[in-house]
Design a protein around this ligand. Sequence first.
Ligand SMILES: Cc1ncc(COP(=O)(O)O)c(C=O)c1O
Length: 380
Amino acid sequence: MKTSVPFFDLAVQFKSIEEEVKSALDEVFGTQQFILGPKVQALEETIARYCGTRSAIGVASGSDALLLSLMALGVGRDDEVVLPPFTFFATAGSVSRLGAIPVFVDIDPETYNIDPSRIEERISSKTKAIIPVHLFGQCADMDPLLKIAKGRKLFVIEDAAQALGAEYRPIAGEDGRRAGQMGDLGCFSFYPTKNLGAFGDAGMVVTDNPDLSEKVRLLRAHGSQPKYFHKWIGINSRLDTVQAAILLVKFKYLEKWTGERQSKAERYRLLFQELLSSVDDIRLPTVQYQNRHIFHQYVIRVRERDRLRKFLAAEGIGTDIYYPLPLHLQECYASLRYRRGDLPNSEKASEEVLALPIYPELTEDQQMAVVNRIKAFYRK
Ligand SMILES: Cc1ncc(COP(=O)(O)O)c(C=O)c1O
């Protein structure tokens, strides 16, 4: 019988922590406190420590983490924000929600992250901020980006939604800097399939800046201080106690799970070697410098992507495409007047990327099944 491999499988992980999660939930149900509270505070302290920042603010989602960060920096109508188009929609959507304009800069085709050498030419007098995205769990090339931001007095918001625990280490032997701690603010998502996933939506903003921290904290609760007196116009983006309680349980396993993702990535690399020597259509993920890649996704590149994906689906192998259409070509951004060909690296990546199953519980048999089915495709 052929081994089938789902793209992800949260049920297996849940089984391994079921008792702990249920007892954490029982505790919350006993208190009947469901919004913010000590569990959220404990999670904020845990994540701040983990990211090496002075503070962290729990919010309702990764999308809101971005929105609130932009609001805290005062980004608004007609301001411009530089970001890559090869990312989840929220990176740009949060900018547009505030009446500001996303200015798309192409990616480095090796890492899929924003190419810092293309940023300067897109900066104008209206530019307020840059949002690098640490896509798939690897940090963007932050040093040149931070240098530009400093020289041009721009804010940097890291979209670290996929990169909790990733480290940027451009120089061998140096300590890595954690995703989220390099910019003015860092944004995380705890969407269920993330490396640290809640049982619903949840997110976090981290920062070293006490003023920004205070502002995000107020803005997530309608800018109210004291209660019912509103200093700013915020939104309701409080983190649920239940989610914080679950995330605190799961956090204890995060390092172990990350190590397991990394060893699955290494195993894929080894399993693919034979195929790579005979087929030049496949490219494996590139790890830049000595970065700590946390492999939120394991993304290969293949010219025959759509045919391969269909073949694998018929063989019971789950895959996904992040992302099939870059944001500058989305219908909702037609008024920005980008054309196909404007950002070729992003466009080509959208046609060729294929995410393979990667999660801590993925077995050797399952990985062999994935690679063997890909081999079978090329033998056809
Ligand atoms: C790069 C990126 N940015 C932002 C988000 C938004 O996070 P959420 O889904 O928690 O709102 C995600 C989540 O999918 C993401 O992958």
